[in-house]
Design a protein around this ligand. Sequence first.
Ligand SMILES: Cc1cc2nc3c(=O)[nH]c(=O)nc-3n(C[C@H](O)[C@H](O)[C@H](O)COP(=O)(O)OP(=O)(O)OC[C@H]3O[C@@H](n4cnc5c(N)ncnc54)[C@H](O)[C@@H]3O)c2cc1C
Length: 245
Amino acid sequence: MARAAVSGRLTWRVASVAENRAITASARSLVFDVPGWPGHLPGQHVDVRLTAEDGYSVQRSYSIASAANGDRVELAVQRVADGEVSPYLCDVLNAGDQVELRGPVGGWFVWRATDPAPVLLVAGGSGIAPLMAMIRSRAEQGSRVPFRLVYSVRTPQDVYFADELRQRAREDAGLDVHLVYTREAPEGAPAPKRIGVATLNTHGWPPDFTPNCFVCGPTGFVEAVADILVALGHDPRRVRTERFG
Ligand SMILES: Cc1cc2nc3c(=O)[nH]c(=O)nc-3n(C[C@H](O)[C@H](O)[C@H](O)COP(=O)(O)OP(=O)(O)OC[C@H]3O[C@@H](n4cnc5c(N)ncnc54)[C@H](O)[C@@H]3O)c2cc1C
């Protein structure tokens, strides 16, 4: 699969929307059928290209949220209110509509099931997308590598894939999920706060376990979390980041 993923990465393919459903009030899951999809590694992304009738064309990157699964690719798109592309993907595309898609792209921000190191995933908002692909791939491949997810969201309503995450964490002792709320916390949870040293000390892995750390979200979030991890003693080479801009 890895070889196919490399050779097919520069090809634009016609992708048809199989499903477009809400995952939160401001984000949608888009599942595409992509004939000839070469497969992907969890953490990789695709470029999506839209072309208007007058030839105007625009493209954006989106992380793949699904584990490799035949010709299907799932994206999790956050609607940026004044954005050019994301409102179109979220609100205009219907089942059967077509876009062009190129990928998979990226070879650094990927998790390989053959790597036995424990994994720390730190997501902010839609940054959960590539980390979800890792969680799903781990389950699909029957991996026992221990995973910890620290996921920062504004409110309980903003958790992507909430039911699935809850169920996976309940059924799999090797997967810990810790939610951090920045604006409004549910009853019984600690007051809203941002991820800090204490959070990652408690819910991450000690640096001497030499975990692989994957951090994804908006640029400011990623930089703050990566700085904390390095200050806690994690080897910067094991702190991999993906910035959504
Ligand atoms: C590797 C990678 C993976 C990504 N994965 C995901 C993902 O899984 N899910 C996801 O939701 N997003 C993801 N993104 C972000 C995504 O690519 C888009 O940036 C996002 O969807 C916004 O695109 P847009 O066209 O809707 O907004 P844009 O039109 O690009 O606008 C974005 C913001 O920038 C502002 N802006 C635009 N142009 C200007 C300008 N000229 N001057 C000042 N401000 C301006 C807009 O007001 C808006 O607030 C990823 C990005 C990267 C690089």
